[in-house]
Design a binder for this molecule. Structure first.
Ligand code: ADP
Ligand code: MG
Length: 256
């Protein structure tokens, strides 16, 4: 599938593009799930974590998943990120049926197509920003020189040009999360999944990270955010609410 964006080339949204967004996204479908269920079997008890979810996510959507604790947000996120497979239902990622895939195939999609950002950053503590961001490219078999270049480019794109050789403990929380975002983006994934990305940050730093996501969205990225904070979710353009493993509401609004 052709990439419509690159890390460095900021795509200026055209007027037509903005209008298309305003009247409903018409981008390619990235994720299509239908009737997804997930059961966890615990001894004799079965937990129905997801009870029939339908969701369509298109290129360049910016979506927040909300819901009370235990409503199935993380379970859904894990399925969408190909970290787990559903008990039943259909799941297509970029047109490929992933619901029945084996672990190795899932891992390949996950590594190539999904960028993860976590609440706790999950950086390697003894490695520099550059080394942390290079990691997914090592897994992808990218040669060293290109790896460095792309990692540096990703770090520059998140505003860390002067922090390439710092280790996580030499960085602020906001800077660590920027490194994590650069790492998530360096493989040019189809979708960016962020689970409570501002959960460990003070509110001002959280807003800076949200400004960065806004920038990435403007560049054409597809962003899916899990949060329990209304204020954070308001940055997205669509909010999906879960309750007891079901979709309670799905609200979209215009860019303005
Ligand atoms: P949320 O992220 O919205 O808090 P989760 O997706 O983590 O919700 O959990 C949904 C339900 O599934 C909860 O009842 C939770 O206890 C249960 N659950 C989640 N993960 C597991 C697991 N690995 N094994 C058993 N039950 C689980
Ligand atoms: Mg959770």
């Amino acid at each position: 599938m052709a990439r419509k964006w690159s890390l460095s080339a900021r795509r200026t949204p055209t007027k037509a593009g903005l209008e298309a967004r305003a009247y409903g996204p018409e981008g390619d479908v990235v994720i299509r799930i239908e009737g997804i269920t997930k059961q966890y079997v615990m001894g004799h008890a079965t937990v129905n974590a997801l009870r029939g979810i339908d969701l369509l996510i298109r290129t360049n959507e910016y979506l927040a998943i909300m819901g009370p604790s235990g409503s199935g947000k993380s379970t859904l996120m894990n399925l969408l990120g190909c970290l787990d497979t559903p008990t039943s239902g259909r799941y297509e990622f970029n047109g490929r049926d992933v619901a029945g895939m084996e672990d190795a195939e899932l891992a390949e999609i996950r590594n190539r197509e999904v960028g993860f950002v976590f609440q706790t950053f999950n950086l390697l503590p003894r490695s520099t920003s550059l080394q942390n961001v290079e990691l997914p490219l090592i897994y992808a078999g990218v040669p060293p020189e290109e790896r460095r270049e792309r990692a540096a480019e990703a770090l520059i794109s998140v505003g860390l040009m002067d922090r390439l050789h710092h280790k996580p403990n030499e960085l602020s929380g906001g800077q660590r999360q920027r490194v994590a975002i650069a790492r998530a983006l360096v493989n040019r994934p189809s979708i960016l999944l962020a689970d409570e990305p501002t959960g460990n940050l003070d509110s001002r730093t959280g807003e800076e990270i949200m400004a960065l996501f806004e920038n990435l969205y403007e560049m054409g990225h597809t962003i899916l955010l899990v949060t329990h904070e209304e204020e954070i979710a308001r940055h997205a353009r669509r909010i999906v609410r879960l309750r007891d493993g079901k979709l309670e509401s799905d609200t979209r609004w215009n860019d303005d």
